[in-house]
Structures are given as structure tokens and as C-alpha cells.
Ligand binder design. Sequence first.
Ligand code: GDP
Ligand code: MG
Length: 180
Amino acid sequence: PGPGHLRSRIFKIIVIGDSGVGKTCLTYRLWTGRFIEKTEATIGVDFREKVLEVEGERIKIQMWDTAGQERFRKSMVQHYYRNAHAIFFVYDVTDERSFQSLPVWIEECRRHSRGYDVPSVLVGNKCDLHGVSRVSADVARKFAEAHSMPFFETSAKSPQDGDNVEDILMMVAQRLKNQK
Ligand code: GDP
Ligand code: MG
């Protein structure tokens, strides 16, 4: 086999949600398998690549992360959404407000995807935090169903506390690989 043998399809996944929900930590966890406690404010847009072997095919995943949706909104937003193959909508299970923000994020994504139905997942992060008030998983699941997305609760910090982040990515990757 020639060099073409090693060529892999590239899929762009964007990570969306309020500031502080753990987008950078999730991206880093998916990229390295580790957790970083202290993240630096991403300047504009940042992406990390990862090659996955999905059902015998190598596919390249680009995870796009930004801390700047608020500050960089106008100039970057277009660039960020362009040609996204999948979207992770993230909220913090201990922050009700981040859950309440989701319709606004979903609406914004709709506006930028020009009618194309981008495969999405709903991710409730920080489920390792116990003893604090939590967004009800039932309520979140109903919300996800209403928007035709699968729903997961996970933790970038402590993966054994919820759905495994890598498994969520693999599920999305499988769906992308097999879609027409
Ligand atoms: P972003 O603004 O959405 O990118 O959020 P960050 O990834 O920067 O995370 C914000 C804060 O939440 C940081 O202090 C992280 O250490 C913390 N954090 C992120 N993910 C988790 C998690 O799964 N569990 C816990 N306990 N803390 C987390
Ligand atoms: Mg960030």
C-alpha cells in the first residue's frame, strides 16, 4: 500500500457551553487521557487532534475548544462553527445556570449550521462533585430527548464517576464514520 493507505478522514468536533463548565478540561482529557486542574484562558480558538481507530478505519478527530465564546464572539464564532461534523453541548451538573443556557447555545449552532443537522451530544460534566445541588439527570435526559441528542453525565476529572469520556468520543466517532 502506498501513502494513501495512511490517509485518514478528518472530523471536526466543537465543544460548546458556558464558561467554566469544563470544556478545556474535557478536551484535554480526550486528547491526553489526563486531567489538568488549572486551565489557561484559551485565546480565541484552539484545537487538538487525535487519531482514533474505529472499526478498522483510522479517523482523525479535531476537537475545537474555546474559552472565548464570550469575548471573541463576533469575530471567531463564524470560524468556529464552520464545517463542524459534531457538537458537544456541555453544562456543569452543579451549575443550574449553565444548563439554562443550553437553548441559547443550541439556537446559535442552528443559526450557523445552515439547516444541516449536525450530530450532537449533551454532556453534563463534573459529576464527580457530590453533596452539592445537581441538575437532575432526568430533567437533562428529557431535554436531550427533546433535542434528539444522546445524553451523558461525565467527569473530566474523575472518569470512573460517570460515563467514560473516551467512550462518548468513540460513540460519536462511530456515528460520523458510518453516516453517509
Ligand atoms: P471552560 O471554561 O469550560 O473551558 O472550563 P475549564 O475546563 O477551564 O474548567 C473550569 C474549572 O472547572 C477548572 O477549575 C477545572 O479544574 C474545573 N473542572 C473541569 N472539569 C471538571 C470535572 O469534571 N470535575 C471537577 N470537580 N472540576 C472540573
Ligand atoms: Mg476553556
